[in-house]
Ligand binder design. Structure first.
Ligand code: ADP
Length: 319
């Protein structure tokens, strides 16, 4: 292997730059040429591909987002479009590809692998919903941003006997909400795994209000599940709390990555290039019990995930 490419795809996540930096540095130290591909699979098909030099990896470690750019490009599921991508790589002599993204991006990589391009996946998404790995790049930073925001809300919340409903991201996975609920000390959690039962939420809140005499209450809710404004109004009407709703939105995607995400990105970026140097195919980089591993993608994506159940039990013991 002489020449490899790297792209970031799907939702951006803080720490992606750390992984790109590590891949550039590892490739160049091993006399591999490395090409950056702009805007994910879209840029690959359009041929937005350029050589990366040592200095391209400078001053990106501390920045959120991805300096290569990312995109959602559903057309990449089409065989003819994938063929165009393969052609763009072949004509430049790029034999291996590092794909940084979530499980959607992994599917794109799997399609390219079937067409003979050696690919390796690096899991990066604030949702931490990629199977086979304990952690994805970006989760730690997003959790940190949520904690900092909720700390501020808590100050005003206690002063005014408020109940804040804080809506967090996570897409179809309730992990970001669950981990946030534990680390922010929420009274109530609403996510896809639990579902939203308004009657039950109001009953739980009544316990905190009437029997535990709480000065404030915090509800963490996953996005796209309920109308948080409507719930806040109901809380104001039916309890002694003043209900307030806030959606943290895209601030959860941004910001300088935490040391944990920088470390994860650095370790995974280096490992991915080492996998390609060994001409190994169909791999994704995972972290298991703090060990970085290269695993078969299909095996990783089919693995059962029991971390949610363990953390949910912890949350139940904390409320
Ligand atoms: P993530 O990688 O964060 O899960 P998406 O699910 O949006 O984000 O996927 C990112 C991109 O990966 C898509 O926009 C598309 O270009 C590509 N992709 C997703 N699913 C497939 C698939 N089944 N086949 C080929 N490419 C796919």
């Amino acid at each position: 292997m002489r020449r490899i490419g790297i792209l970031t795809s799907g939702g951006d996540a803080p720490g992606m730059n750390a992984a790109i930096r590590a891949a550039i540095r590892t490739a160049l130290k091993n006399d591999l040429e490395i090409y950056g591909i702009e805007d994910g699979y879209l840029g690959l098909v359009q041929g937005k591909i350029f050589p990366l030099r040592y200095k391209d990896a400078s001053e990106i470690l501390t920045k959120g987002g991805t300096f290569l750019g990312s995109s959602r490009y559903p057309e990449f599921k089409e065989d003819a479009i994938q063929e165009k991508a393969v052609e763009q790589l072949r004509k430049r002599g790029i034999e291996g590809l590092v794909v940084i993204g979530g499980d959607g991006s992994y599917r794109g990589a799997q399609a390219l692998m079937k067409k003979g391009v050696l690919c390796v996946g690096i899991p990066a998404t604030i949702d931490n919903d990629v199977k086979g790995t304990d952690k994805t790049i970006g989760f730690s930073t997003a959790l940190n941003t949520i904690c900092e925001s909720v700390n501020k809300l808590r100050d005003t919340s206690s002063s005014h006997h408020r109940c804040f409903i804080v809506e967090v991201m996570g897409n179809k996975c309730g992990k970001l909400a669950l981990w946030s609920a534990i680390t922010c000390g929420a009274e109530i959690l609403i996510n896809r795994e639990i579902g939203f039962n308004e009657h039950q939420v109001m009953a739980e809140l009544a316990v905190h209000d009437q029997f535990r005499k709480k000065r404030h209450a915090l509800i963490i809710a996953s996005e796209k599940l309920l109308d948080i404004e409507a719930l806040a109004k109901k809380i104001s009407l039916e309890t002694s709390f003043s209900g307030r709703a806030i959606s943290l939105g895209h601030i959860q995607r941004g910001g300088s990555p935490t040391p944990e995400d920088r470390l994860l990105g650095s370790m995974m970026g280096r490992e991915a290039v080492e996998v390609l140097m060994k001409n190994e195919n169909n791999k994704c980089i995972c972290v298991k019990n703090d060990q970085i591993l290269a695993r078969d993608i299909d095996e990783a994506l089919n693995e059962k995930d029991d971390s949610y159940a363990q953390m949910y039990a912890l949350f139940r013991d904390m409320v």
